[in-house]
Design a protein around this ligand. Sequence first.
Ligand code: ADP
Ligand code: ZN
Length: 733
Amino acid sequence: MSQASQMLFGSEEPQRAVPVLVPVPADRPYSYAVPVGMAVEPGSIVQVPLGPRQVAGVVWDGETEVINPAKLREITKLFDCPPLQPAMRRFVDWVAAYTLSPPGLVVRMALRAPAAFDPEPMMEGFRFAGVSPERITPARARALELAASMPHWTRSGLAHAAGISAAVVDGLIKHGSFEPVALPPHPAVPLPDTTYGRAELNAEQISVADSLRAATVNADYGVTLLEGVTGSGKTEVYFEAVAAALDAGRQVLILLPEIALTQAFIDRFHTRFGAPPAEWHSDMPPRMREKIWRQAAEGRVRVVAGARSALFLPFRELGLVIVDEEHDPAYKQEERTFYHARDMAVVRASLEKVPVILASATPSVESRVNASQGRYEHLRLQSRYEEAALPDLSLVDLRRHPPARGRFVSPVLLTAIEQTVARGEQALLFLNRRGYSPLTLCRACGYRFHCQQCSTWLVDHRLRGQLSCHHCGHTEKRPESCPECGTMDHLVACGPGVERIAEEMLERFPNSRTVLLSSDLPGGPKRMRRELEAIADGGADIVIGTQLVAKGHHFPLMTLVGAIDADLGLANGDPRAAERTFQLLHQVTGRAGRSGRASRGLIQTWQPEHPVMQAIASGDEERFYERELAERERAGMPPFGRLSAIIVSAATRREAEDYGRALRAAAPDDGGIDVLGPAEAPLAVLRGRHRFRLLCQGSRQESMQVFLRRLFAAAPRPRGSVQVQIDVDPQSF
Ligand code: ADP
Ligand code: ZN
């Protein structure tokens, strides 16, 4: 018994108590008594009573403090499942401390597969016992012949394969020709074959792959930023590191920013390794998730490709972490625990003592700085694979080349589309806005349709016949008359969404095949995958899409990319607006010219003199990054300074603002961190709740976490409807 153990209930019944972290918003583990004879250790996954419920929790490290032994409840069950390893437990602690989130909520992310904690029941199977029955019928002969060809069968499996009834199989079992065996519930996972579809790398790729392989074999923590222009073969190259980790008997985690991209990635991995990776995202059916969770913990799946939540899988022998498209804003989770999956991937790798690769054509400013200051190794692929050239990019000044009234595509771009389609090639029109139009108003009285729950306009989704709020999901039927003045047929759409651009293309090029891609269209990921394949096979002339089409896809016939409203993301006063816009425009224009044909990108803008537009048009990324860094440094913005946001929300504006003021008053004022606000949050009302925001800004030398903990310790507890969210390192605001 360890020193941490406690003697309870007198001497004849010694009982131990241990800390158990349960998946609720608790800021520390609770104490539970260990039943006599139950062998738990730190990391054990157990079932414990919590109020009226039974929940799964994890036995945590450290001592437990039993205040009232009489009230101590017992662990009800020890699951037959691999314990959470020390590195994983430290990871949970680390994420909780960094994000100021209750550790209970963080451990919940690591326990997202409840039924996985029990072993999967074995299935009944049998195998040929080597003795033939006395009487042989044709059906029996077939069954015996087949049975001998494989190590084991299920009853229905053999009956089906032999085309006989299951009764024949039963008869053979009874005669002792077949003997029972217990089979694992899931067939063995096909393992990736590291030599299977290995690509012939070019000289530049070989040298980068060699470095990545060396880092992987070295099997120690280290971060590599893999920067390469779109189409340079980053994926092909990091697959070599994956192969090295697999050859060393380790598991690999590959993070992808979007579920929509997962399928294409899995197909590609399959082509390279002869077997698919396991897939992981929160939309998967629970049974699938349970299977992957358990198999990751047992070391049976070797590679998992998934969304940010895959970061919390309990790998048994992790050897490599890859974050693809590391700059992508989708890596930031902005609910419950606010965390950035790229940053946490680096933390997990350091705790597991394994290498991590961050891949991107347009790395985040943060990663660029880390690389230039020597914290990350920086590897580059400078040219596109084979003869493919980057597209020729130019700006279309909308002030000089305005589209026709009520239209959004300028004459310059229209001509380019026409010529492209005439050559049998494809054009991609990019607009980062779903729906038909972002605002509908009544021409008679000026009424604007807005969300009743949020401070936003309703977006017209004409294909669905709905107006909808992009913040709370509220939808209503698209009306024909104005709810304010009752006038019919005076509603006008202001501004374009992708549906409206698709309409313009259909009008203008009625004989061309137009495809609209947007995440909200019916048919879900399956249809999306079909459409993407069809585009790659030349089954479309003009593709119109949101940022979904900007990422990762390989469309051989695409030779023109038009950005409809390149300035869209620049207006909102967000400190990362320039970086985001630059990355998005770079990514989307990178869809053109990937198979060697000459290609163009036309960027429609109202501010051609803006540094982002200049950087894109000139292809001078270095200048853009330098300028952006200087700007951030001057303003004390990340990565040069630290930032965190506190969002206070409440049922009334008054309550939210008052509590925001109370927090401000509680802020320590002895250090290098300034508090700005409370000010109305950019989305001042969300789901009926009023929101105020405080921004804390300080130098890198200050610990934001220490500051925030002191602030909250000094502040009154939130009362009534008041809720507080903490966003350390906010990505946008
Ligand atoms: P990136 O991830 O940098 O955009 P990819 O890895 O997707 O680039 O490569 C772009 C395209 O070029 C893909 O179709 C890929 O299969 C192909 N490619 C890249 N390198 C090679 C290679 N060495 N051999 C064969 N095909 C390659
Ligand atoms: Zn809303």
